[in-house]
Design a protein around this ligand. Structure first.
Ligand code: G3P
Ligand code: MG
Length: 241
């Protein structure tokens, strides 16, 4: 089972920052998960919430701020003052970091377009990844079903995952209708009858967010492809629970 660093090594470093992503490479995670949104002037920015309030020293919606305004925000001090130099990354910076990584790790780009629809987000993310010749190392995912379906129609070379919460009994049928390649779901779905059936029928399933060894161990004997965790170190056995 692969270990993906959820928002980078976000248990020990500020989430969705270059520092958290570099640490994920350092600890030997198989993949990194991040969240992408779009600034007012159309730049691809790596941040989880629709507002910047929780993870920076400024206030406002990502969609209402220019890239320059977003870059002026301190994206590290909220976690610890020593991380005050961290900024909201541009997706391109993360792709360039991936190009430097020799291990061939995977990048899961979650499009955060379930609250606001960012026009052209799918196209922009795909074009950038193709420009960097990284399509084969990227999984694109979203909670937004229309976006999942659109991505698969736009470009069949990317792996596209549909993300959902809870135990969705019709997940396999929905995934087929959307045309996606994989599903990303909580642990309870992966351990439910529809989840086990999905994997037994050859479906690729990744689980978010596993932050303790007990939950991790409950999945070890399943066919779960990967778990996303804020603590890759813990699951890789390097720090105590
Ligand atoms: O992509 C898996 C997981 O990140 C989805 O939830 O809210 O952490 O982005 P969230
Ligand atoms: Mg996410």
């Amino acid at each position: 089972m692969k270990i993906f660093a959820h928002r980078g090594c976000s248990g020990q470093y500020p989430e969705n920052t270059m520092l958290a992503f570099r640490k994920a490479i350092e600890v030997g995670a198989s993949g990194i998960e991040l969240d992408v949104q779009m600034s007012k002037d159309g730049e691809l920015v790596v941040i989880h919430d629709e507002r910047i309030d929780r993870t920076t020293d400024r206030l406002g919606y990502v969609k209402d701020m220019t890239y320059k305004e977003l870059r002026n925000a301190d994206a590290g001090s909220w976690f610890h003052p020593s991380f005050h130099n961290e900024r909201i990354p541009h997706l391109e910076e993360v792709l360039d970091l991936l190009l430097e990584d020799q291990s061939g790790m995977t990048l899961n780009i979650e499009l955060k377009n379930d609250v606001f629809d960012y026009p052209g987000l799918e196209e922009k993310v795909m074009l950038l990844a193709e420009d960097k010749k990284l399509a084969s190392r990227i999984i694109l995912s979203s909670f937004n079903k229309a976006s999942v379906s659109k991505m698969k129609q736009l470009n069949k070379t990317f792996e596209i995952a549909w993300l959902f919460e809870g135990v969705e009994p019709n997940a396999a049928a929905i995934a087929e209708e959307l045309g996606c390649d994989s599903i990303h779901c909580p642990a309870e779905f992966s351990l439910s009858a529809p989840g086990l059936d999905y994997m037994n029928n050859g479906g690729t399933l990744r689980v978010y967010t596993i932050n303790d060894l007990g939950s991790y161990q409950s999945l070890i004997h399943t066919k779960v492809s990967a778990v996303m965790t804020d603590f890759p170190d813990l699951l890789l056995g390097r720090i105590e629970d």
